[in-house]
Ligand binder design. Structure first.
Ligand SMILES: [Zn+2]
Length: 138
């Protein structure tokens, strides 16, 4: 799995996540799958109902609305993203436990180093985490 992300969406994910500090930010990733390539067409920015620096849970109504639009656009749900305000860009134990979709890509943005946001992509299959390449599209 390789993840294609538009530079604009990358910037927006960072901007949105910084705005939500000190809490975690979260959202859904939608787009197309072409073989091993997952191309992100739209990022849905959702409310973190937990309002917590260590956890997130996405608003179910917003998720529902996003899924509806994703279907109407002929896209598929590719995965999700969330931020780590003060920990590295890798899935926490809780993230791993909550990763039920083996096909999903999980993007994690670390804002631990304020001047240097780090975004990484992961696939999590039966508790095994594999980092995936994120290709930036200009
Ligand atoms: Zn996490």
């Amino acid at each position: 799995m390789t993840i294609l992300l538009k530079q604009h969406d990358y910037n927006e994910i960072i901007f949105f996540s910084q705005k939500k500090l000190p809490n975690e930010a979260c959202g859904l990733l939608a787009g197309n799958i072409d073989g091993e390539i997952k191309s992100i067409k739209k990022v849905y920015y959702l409310t973190n109902l937990d309002q917590s620096p260590q956890h997130f849970s996405m608003d179910p109504q917003e998720q529902f609305a996003a899924i509806k639009e994703i279907r109407s656009m002929g896209w598929v749900l590719l995965g999700n993203f969330h931020s780590h305000p003060s920990s590295p860009s890798r899935p926490s134990q809780e993230d791993i436990h909550l990763a039920f979709d083996a096909d999903a890509c999980y993007l994690i943005l670390s804002l631990q180093d304020k001047g240097n946001p780090v975004l990484k992509g992961f696939q999590i299959i039966e508790n095994v985490v594999t980092e995936k390449v994120i290709l930036m599209q200009f």
